[in-house]
Design a protein around this ligand. Structure first.
Ligand code: ZN
Ligand code: ZN
Length: 352
């Protein structure tokens, strides 16, 4: 066991990193808790004929954080899928991803990597209407691309494999990068999809709008219903809580370990000092008993016989405190007269 009092750089790095990560993850966790609680407290508003009246009576003609559920309705034009016939939507996202195999020099394995090389999102104005066709009231969605949790539906995907030739294959082995191909994905929010919107609901003249809420509230637009959206937020809260606890425990254990080492080192030092004092006291007693003059004893004389010169070193403690003859007469198991640690080996010293 290494009982050096110096905390190693590695231990400090582990302590600093785990503490910093714990603080970071805790702030994310707190953030998620706030978001989930606000979502839970959001006012559920149904899209019906009374909605306009409800808003005109509300202070500032607005509900600061409201949940609405309904179906996507186009306002004017719609976007058509570039790959699927009769597929109309209001948001369309095209993504090109490059897939590669990269040689890892540490693990000596080819790893899959994926990089978005192009992404374009188009949108047209749209509204959320009631699922009941007979109700004409609808809510215009403002800045839908700012909303989080908006998972679009994948309407088309295709993989274009890279062309491999003999020379290019050799080149890939030398460069450590082997292209696999391009993944093309089209995602859409289609007309008629059921959606849940959470944000600020306002009555602007005669238009009902759902817009990004104020005061740092989260703007949601999701294809799942309100309950699943809430469940998703709650599971994210749980995940961040677990991550924070894991890193918190790691930081605390590192701190406890470092402190424990410091305490152990301090105790060992104290014990050694105590033994040394005890030894010096005994030595003085012996000098008195033998009626010797302290000034006549050489500082390099054996501490056992006080007569011969010290001529050996005890290992592992390293004390040079006795002569070889006295060492031979030490009772078994042989212990260093100064620090009382077991003598594993004795090495004679030759002064020249
Ligand atoms: Zn001696
Ligand atoms: Zn010793």
């Amino acid at each position: 066991m290494d009982l050096s009092s110096h905390t190693s750089t590695a231990q400090l790095v582990v302590l600093a990193t785990s503490s910093a990560l714990t603080a970071l993850f805790y702030s994310i966790y707190k953030n998620r808790v706030t978001t989930a609680n606000r979502l839970k407290g959001a006012k559920k508003v149904s899209i019906d004929q009374d909605l306009k009246e409800l808003l005109s009576e509300a202070p500032g003609k607005c509900v600061p954080y409201a949940v609405i559920e309904g179906a996507v309705k186009a306002v004017n034009e719609t976007l058509s899928s570039q790959f699927v016939d009769n597929c109309k939507g209001v948001i369309e996202r095209l993504t090109l991803k490059e897939k590669k195999m990269v040689w890892n020099r540490t693990t000596h394995l080819w790893n899959h990597t994926e990089k978005v090389i192009h992404q374009r999102t188009n949108s047209v104005p749209f509204a959320i209407g009631s699922l009941d066709e007979s109700i004409s009231t609808c809510v215009r969605v403002v800045r839908p691309l700012e909303a989080s949790a908006l998972e679009l539906e994948t309407t088309y995907q295709n993989f274009h494999p890279a062309v491999q030739s003999f020379t290019s294959t050799i080149g890939h082995f030398i460069s450590g990068e082997r292209p696999k191909g391009i993944h093309e994905i089209e995602e859409m929010l289609r007309v008629g999809d059921s959606v849940t919107g959470v944000g600020e609901l306002v009555l602007d003249n005669s238009l009902i709008k759902l817009q990004p809420p104020k005061e740092g509230y989260c703007y949601f637009l999701s294809r799942s219903d309100y309950d699943s959206l809430l469940r998703k937020q709650e599971s994210s809260v749980r995940m961040w809580k677990i991550i924070t606890i894991i890193f918190g425990v790691a930081a605390c254990s590192t701190l406890v370990y470092i402190l424990w080492k410091k305490v152990a080192h301090y105790r060992q030092k104290k014990r050694k000092r105590g033994l040394m004092e005890e030894f010096e006291e005994q030595q003085r007693q012996r000098i008195q008993d033998l009626n010797l003059d302290e000034s006549t004893i050489s500082p390099s004389s054996c501490t056992v016989c006080l007569n011969r010169e010290r001529d050996c070193v005890f290992l592992e403690c390293g004390h040079v405190c006795a002569c070889l003859q006295c060492y031979e007469f030490l009772p078994r198991p042989k212990k260093c007269p100064i620090c009382r640690s077991a003598i594993d080996r004795v090495v004679p010293l030759y002064n020249s």
